[in-house]
Design a protein around this ligand. Structure first.
Ligand SMILES: *[C@@H]1O[C@H](CO)[C@@H](O)[C@H](O)[C@H]1NC(C)=O
Length: 267
């Protein structure tokens, strides 16, 4: 009886935010795969792998958000389940700029997760009303805001950079608007690595400020956030004042032939 009562009580609360109604803006998140795989737990072999030819920065997702800091998820969509056939025309492009870095999961699993959790909640707007439009607009955002190019003046390198240096380099894409960044912790070196950059976009994909965290009743649903859904994966966290935009060549452990031995001794 009590269970029934609680169930009835909670149902309208859950559905009111996830009915696919209007959202306020989009958060466009790009990740830095080099950092994701560096922060990944090396005790699990081949758990993180950057596909050959992957650009420096790749897509994590395009997320409908509310001004109050919360966001709708798993909305009723058309289709409500990811259908690979619908994105066939742009699949080669998606493979390049939106790769899955975790080989134990299927290539499409990342897209499936992002579409079902976030894409289904963007359909109230004509421009995102179906799966193909959601993914093509994500690619459009990626092509509009070239993070790798903006950051080329400060890295990647093995040196520490400050939030100010990052801010100045990013001006090229942010145009002075506020944004968010997150870091990943390298378990071995304890270094904070720049892991993702989140831009806030209007529905027409022009840049806008992210809502000010301090002045909103922000519900901390976004963060900390795992690199992907699953266990044992790196967690995105707040960046300290300085951190490393790590280069793919920066290496502190011998890779290849000696890696298993090295891990045995120092792992
Ligand atoms: C945030 O705003 C949305 C849309 O207006 C609303 O549905 C949701 O309940 C709000 N969440 C909080 C925590 O205030």
């Amino acid at each position: 009886m009590m269970f029934c009562f609680l169930f009835l009580l909670s149902f309208p609360i859950l559905t009111s935010a996830n009915d696919g109604g209007p959202f306020d803006y989009l958060m466009f998140t790009t990740i830095y795969p080099t950092a994701v795989c560096r922060a990944d737990d090396d005790s699990v072999p081949d758990s993180c792998e950057i596909p050959k030819g992957t650009p420096q920065w790749t897509i994590h997702g395009l997320w409908p958000n509310y001004e109050n800091g919360s966001y709708p998820q798993f909305c009723p969509g058309t289709p409500s389940r990811f259908d690979e056939n619908l994105i066939k025309p742009i699949e080669p492009k998606l493979l390049a700029v939106w790769p899955n870095l975790f080989p134990h999961k299927s290539i499409q699993s990342f897209w499936k997760h992002e579409y079902e959790k976030h894409g289904t909640c963007a359909q109230s707007d004509e421009r995102y009303k179906n799966e193909l439009l959601y993914f093509s607009n994500s690619i459009k955002a990626y092509e509009t805001f070239n993070i790798a190019s903006a950051l080329s003046s400060i890295g990647p390198s093995d040196k520490l950079i400050t939030k100010e240096q990052l801010h100045n380099a990013l001006l090229e894409v942010t145009n002075g608007k506020s944004y968010q960044i997150h870091c990943l912790r390298d378990k071995k070196t304890k270094q904070y690595l720049l892991g993702d950059i989140r831009l806030c976009l209007n529905k027409d994909l022009t840049i806008r400020d992210c809502p000010d965290d301090r002045n909103s009743n922000r519900v901390h649903t976004r963060f900390p956030r795992r690199a992907s859904n699953g266990g044992g994966l790196p967690t995105y966290q707040e960046c300290p004042h300085s951190f490393v935009y790590i280069s793919a060549e920066t290496s502190y452990t011998p890779r290849g032939l000696f890696a298993p031995l090295w891990d045995k001794i120092f792992g």
